[in-house]
Design a protein around this ligand. Structure first.
Ligand code: ATP
Length: 913
């Protein structure tokens, strides 16, 4: 090949034609695929080349369904019964040559559309921002190094590395596998994991049988492997059936549905009332046209058009607020489920503990010692028996710790670099501190096979080949599990058979240590000259190591908070019962005489008697539990009508996470699969974040209730005033434009501020909400009626009393009366926002509403806008406002405060919520 062709080949390959060559990559030898895609199986692509290919192939993502454009959002604002009613009102005004009214109504339509647009646009943007937080990374070889890149940057030719729990983010041809199994149910419907290898296959084989390929959208159930990416984005199999996954517009959440159906009911009630007012008005001799306009404006005023979107906005805001506290909630509906959660099933390691696992105890032969690992001084401090370092078993312990281990650890220039399972990192630190080199061990004993650790087997084993061409099996795992595979023990320099008695002694001493909170792990080995498949038999025990994992300091308080909030906390761990109990006791989760339920004694769900179920329901610690049993626990709690939050991190936790009402995955140590199926991701893995999210969920539900009550009582007070004036044939009435002004100016801003109120002081001392709770129950309906009655009575009384006491009959004209009515109603409604705290025993000045700065901003803005209506002449004309005296203003203000005081009194006397 001359230089020119090499240059052309390397730099001007047209990607599409190359991709055509590997269209049936499963039928082509993996080395040929690598060559055709001009990549390197060891080093991968260079950054420059991957950038170039990304330019040609485009980002690796499935185009999501129709994205709602801002224009569509804007147009949608004009397509509603609300606007239709207003348009009719404007039409009527123009028809009767009421130009000012007509224009004012058009202005109202536009303002309303803009507010609606801004709110909906903001909600969409919040959702977008949240979606971005949950994108999946991929690990690829770039410039000869394994690096993590956003999966959107994958290109054909990238060498991808995947392992248990990873989502597969592109279609790729396997080039190297180690016990790799994938779950392709998302693509093929087949729920059993598929074994993968690199053998070429016939070209006409079905997708489900292409065992040498990885497909985007599926995930790795077990093992690991390298593969060369052949297709990305819409060119993948998933892309070609993209309709299946195109994100449908998120379905309305139960809360939004409740609000929608409730708004519909309200429309009918309003229509009925409007008809009554209309007929009464006409019967009382009012002009037909005036009554028609009043009725339409009234209908518009009373219909809580903004409710559904304000609910969505409150939910979306809540999600963003949680994101700031490291909690990613993936679905709007989860926010409300959180508010109702009454049992949290949590794992222990990393959630309740810090997951900073340190070795703190070693036992070989009959010698045992507590230890401290001192990294900077590269030394191990022996508290009890330093002679352990001289035992041959100790050397095996170190070797197994270094070899049967997939983590990495480096200490350079006082900086620690670590990755992988914290327990394994803890082991590498111990090896480092003992003065040995992990690299040297790994170099001397190259890895030939591996049985990865799984929560089911609770053991891990690796097979290594040394320079003498002999094999060495290294195994570690839960003490009772690994001991079951050991037939001998290393004592002194001799391997002696394991008697039952000896085994019992080892188990007993490990259990004693576990009772003091140590996590115990056994270490075993075997020399062999054959490359065996089954590694776990006839092992020789080298010794055990105990680990400590400090508790997270904030957990005890969070658990206390759960208790007072009526939330049951259950610890479900894979660890030893004694260790679990010790930790549960330290956290205040269990008492000395509480029973820990052992996974081994848990019957399958279908065989459970009522008695067994009760025992499970009573317990708060479950140990040595496998992921299947987690699913059973969720089933039981749900059968008892409890709303369950369940944490999980592994692939096998996925079913339980899916089934739980709130599946909670761990951001730091969770697998991608767990994060994919979960409803919520804890970026910091901390239990206290779950409690925080529950608190937020409750707060959001509370806030939605607050603004629904506020808006409805304001609207109803307007309805009552107009109806009273009409039915009693009073000589003053509210004008349509005044009603619109009140609804647009004085109702919306405080309602929005209510939507972002912080938690009420005792929110975590209430019982959880039941899942079928109504937003507005009987108690709240009564409150709405009473509040609006108080507001309308004080408002009408203000007008009547001003006539009685302050004005001579000549000055008493209907315009002035109307103005007093109008402004008293405005100020009463503005002040009414302070009635929206429903917690008993909290002083008025300490409520969450009084302390909400947005409420104060809204109140100030409303007052200012109201004063503009008085000062600016054209607006004053539209609203039919006249100038009047300070005395009249005094009446307005006094009456508004009287309405506030009366409502506060009714609350203080416990007549109202
Ligand atoms: P939790 O479920 O609360 O996170 P856990 O981390 O102890 O608890 P698992 O990860 O399922 O639960 O571990 C179960 C047991 O398996 C542990 O108690 C330990 O004895 C053993 N074990 C844990 N990690 C490893 C590992 N990397 N290699 C070998 N054995 C392990």
């Amino acid at each position: 090949m001359n230089l020119f062709t090499a240059f052309i080949n390397n730099y001007f390959i047209m990607l599409p034609s190359n991709l055509e060559d590997v269209k049936t990559a499963w039928a082509i030898d993996h080395l040929d695929v690598i060559e055709k895609l001009r990549t390197d199986s060891e080093g991968g692509l260079s950054s420059a080349e991957s950038a170039r290919r990304l330019n040609i192939a485009g980002p690796n993502k499935i185009e999501s369904g129709k994205k709602i454009s801002p224009l569509v959002i804007l147009i949608n604002q004009f397509v509603s019964p609300f606007v239709l009613l207003l348009a009719i009102a404007a039409g009527l005004s123009f028809f009767f040559k009421e130009w000012l009214d007509g224009i004012a109504i058009i202005v109202v339509i536009v303002i309303n559309a803009v507010v609606g647009f801004l709110m909906e646009f903001q909600a969409e943007r919040s959702m977008d921002a949240l979606r971005k937080l949950t994108t999946v990374p991929a690990r690829v070889m770039r410039n000869g190094k394994l690096v993590e890149v956003p999966s959107e940057d994958l290109v054909p030719g990238d060498i991808l590395f995947v392992e248990g729990g990873d989502m597969i983010t592109a279609d790729a041809r396997l080039i190297k596998t180690s016990q790799l199994q994938t779950d392709e149910s998302a693509l093929t419907g087949e729920s059993l994991p598929v074994e993968k290898n690199i053998t070429s296959l016939p070209s006409d084989i079905q997708l489900a049988e292409r065992t040498n390929m990885l497909y985007k959208g599926t995930f790795v159930a077990k093992g690991n492997g390298y593969a060369v990416v052949v297709n990305t984005g819409m060119s993948t199999e998933l892309g070609s059936i993209a309709k299946m996954v195109q994100q449908a517009k998120q379905a309305a959440t139960p809360l939004e549905k409740k609000i929608q159906s409730f708004s519909k009911k309200l429309i009918w009630i309003t229509v009925a009332l409007v008809i009554i007012v209309f007929i009464a008005g006409v019967l009382n001799g009012h002009e037909l046209v005036a009554m028609l306009e009043t009725s339409i404006a009234l209908a518009v005023a009373a219909i809580p058009e903004g409710l559904p979107i304000v609910a969505t906005l409150a939910l979306a805001f809540g999600m963003l607020r949680m994101a700031r506290h490291h909690v990613i909630v993936k679905k709007l509906s989860s926010v409300e489920t959180l508010g109702g959660t009454n049992v949290i099933c949590t794992d222990k390691t990393g959630t309740l503990t810090q997951n900073k696992i340190q070795t703190s105890f070693i036992q070989v032969n009959s010698s045992a010692s507590r230890i401290d690992v001192d990294i900077p001084n590269i030394s191990i401090r022996w508290h009890d028996d330093e002679s352990i370092t001289g035992h041959e078993a100790f050397e095996h312990l170190l070797r197994v710790a270094a070899l049967c281990n997939t983590a990495s650890y480096q200490y350079e220039n006082n900086i620690e670099k670590e990755s992988g399972d914290p327990l394994e990192v803890g082991l590498l630190k111990m090896v480092y501190a003992s003065g040995k080199s992990v690299e040297e061990y790994r170099h001397q004993f190259t890895k030939a096979d591996e049985i990865p650790f799984s929560s089911e087997t609770k053991v891990m084993a690796t097979l290594h080949l040394n320079s003498d061409q002999n094999y060495y099996i290294a195994a570690k795992g839960a003490v009772e599990e690994l001991l079951a595979h050991c037939t001998s023990v290393l004592e002194g320099n001799d391997i002696i058979p394991f008697t039952e008695e000896k085994k019992k002694q080892w188990l007993m001493s490990a259990e004693n240590r576990a009772q003091s909170g140590l996590r115990m792990l056994a270490f075993a080995f075997r020399n062999t000259n054959e490359k065996e498949k089954d590694l776990l038999h006839h092992l020789t025990l080298a010794g055990v190591i105990g680990f400590i994992d400090p508790l997270r300091p904030e957990i005890s308080a969070a658990i206390e908070e759960c208790k007072s909030a009526g939330i049951k906390v259950v610890m479900i761990t894979g660890d030893h019962p004694a260790t679990a109990k010790n930790i549960a006791q330290q956290l205040g989760l269990a008492n000395q005489d509480d029973e820990v339920i052992h996974g081994r004694s848990m019957k399958p769900y279908k065989d459970l008697s009522e008695e067994d179920k009760n025992e499970w329901l009573k317990a708060s610690v479950f140990a040595r539990v496998n992921p299947g049993q987690k699913l059973d626990l969720v089933t039981l709690f749900q059968e008892k009508k409890m709303v369950v939050g369940m944490t999980g991190d592994g692939v096998n936790d996925a079913p339980a996470l899916k089934k739980a009402d709130i599946g909670i995955a761990m951001g730091l140590r969770g697998t991608q699969v767990a994060q994919e199926v979960a409803d919520m991701i804890l970026k910091d893995d901390a239990f206290s974040s779950i409690v925080l999210a529950i608190k937020q969920g409750r707060t959001i539900f509370d806030n939605i209730r607050k603004f629904v009550i506020f808006l409805l009582s304001c609207n109803l007070s307007e309805l009552l005033i107009i109806a009273t004036a009409s039915i009693m044939n009073l000589h003053f009435q509210l004008f349509p434009l005044q009603i619109l002004f009140i609804n647009l100016v004085t109702d919306v801003l405080p309602a929005l501020a209510l939507g972002v109120t912080k938690s009420a002081p005792h929110i975590m001392q209430r019982r959880p909400y039941s899942s079928n709770i109504a937003i507005i129950d009987k108690k709240r309906w009564t409150a709405i009626f009473v509040y609006s009655a108080i507001i309308s009575i004080t408002t009408i009384s203000a007008v009547l009393s001003s006539h009685e006491w302050l004005h001579s009959a000549e000055r008493w004209n209907s315009e002035l009366c109307n103005n007093i009515l109008f402004y008293t109603l405005i100020f009463s409604q503005i002040l009414h926002v302070f009635n929206m705290s429903f917690e008993k025993g909290v002083s008025f000045f300490k409520t969450e509403i009084f302390r909400n700065k947005y409420v104060w901003i809204a109140v100030a803005a409303c007052i200012l806008l109201t004063m503009f209506s008085y000062w600016i002449i054209p607006v004053r004309k539209v609203l039919v406002v006249t100038m009047y005296s300070w005395l009249d203003w005094a009446i307005v203000i006094t009456a508004s405060f009287i309405s506030l005081i009366l409502i506060q009194l009714s609350k203080k006397m416990n007549w109202m919520i």
